[in-house]
Ligand binder design. Structure first.
Ligand code: SAM
Length: 264
């Protein structure tokens, strides 16, 4: 029986084989890669991945689709995790691993933020997303697309917008243009120094009202003297500040905060 696409799970199935072939060409999966696919759905991408890798871990929330994958022709090559990816513990996958997926667009930002927690275990990520989201991810300072998503992700990953994918490549077609992004975690020593919780607060408060000066948005978060020592003018707006400057402020702020006593 034909599967009825479920809107609540953001189901838009890829049907254009040239898009899949181009994505595989960009990814270059190898037989022994440890690879996790988010949202395999009817298996359009899974099929192409399994031509290249010996085994694949898939995370699928839809009970019917997970069942098809568990019992279908590829069952011996798949480990099927039937779970909400936002509740999936990626630490159970043997590191280092790669992540790929045509993501459900309704929860794409929460998925990207959840994966930040395991950036130290990941080799790379290739995702199909709304083009508009990828434009924001890779945006440069002083542009209208530059915001919290750009800063949070650029601090942790080097990212490339690979190519665009029009709606007619899917069934049913989404209303928006899509695109593929590659995300490669930055070297460990660059990421290890980011105090994540403080960084997240510094960035989200700065962009909470992006037209306002940092003097106002940071009033309760970043002491004026600290911002000035970091070389940031408080008359600036968040969109003028580079990701590395946000990281610097968060590092200085973290040093001011009382450290947890060591546990014995
Ligand atoms: N990979 C398939 C393709 O390209 O044709 C399907 C992509 S479709 C855009 C998104 C897939 O993610 C669907 O299979 C959907 O059921 C699954 N999905 C949606 N929400 C999910 C969640 N919270 N956790 C895991 N999978 C989810």
């Amino acid at each position: 029986m034909k599967h009825q696409a479920r809107k609540r799970f953001g189901q838009h199935f890829l049907t254009d084989q040239s898009v899949l072939s181009n994505l595989i060409g960009e990814m270059r999966p190898r037989p022994d890669d440890t690879l996790v696919e988010i949202g395999p759905g009817l298996g359009a991408l899974t099929f192409w991945l399994l031509k290249a890798v010996k085994h694949l871990q898939v995370v699928e929330i839809d009970r019917d689709l997970a069942e098809k994958l568990r019992t279908g022709a590829w069952k011996n090559q798949l480990t099927v995790h039937e779970v909400d990816v936002l509740k999936f513990d990626f630490r159970q996958i043997q590191a280092p691993f790669r992540v790929v997926g045509n993501l459900p667009y309704n929860i794409s930002s929460p998925i990207l933020f959840a994966l930040l927690e395991v950036a130290d275990q990941v080799t790379d990520q290739h995702f199909m997303l709304q083009k508009e989201v990828i434009d924001r991810m890779v945006a440069a300072p002083k542009t209208s697309d530059y915001g919290r998503l750009s800063v949070m992700l650029q601090a942790y990953y080097d990212m490339d917008h690979l190519f665009d994918v029009p709606p007619e490549c899917f069934d049913p077609p989404p209303r928006v243009m899509s695109a593929i992004v590659r995300m490669v975690p930055k070297p460990a020593d660059e990421r290890a120094n980011i105090p994540h919780a403080v960084f997240s607060k510094v960035v989200s408060t700065a962009f909470s009202q992006r037209r306002k000066m940092l003097r106002n948005t940071w009033a309760d978060v970043v002491p004026e003297a600290l911002a000035q020592n970091a070389g940031i003018a408080l008359t600036a707006r968040a969109e003028e500040i580079a990701p590395s400057q946000f990281v610097h402020v968060a590092q200085m702020l973290a040093r001011l905060q009382p450290q947890e006593p060591p546990s014995h």
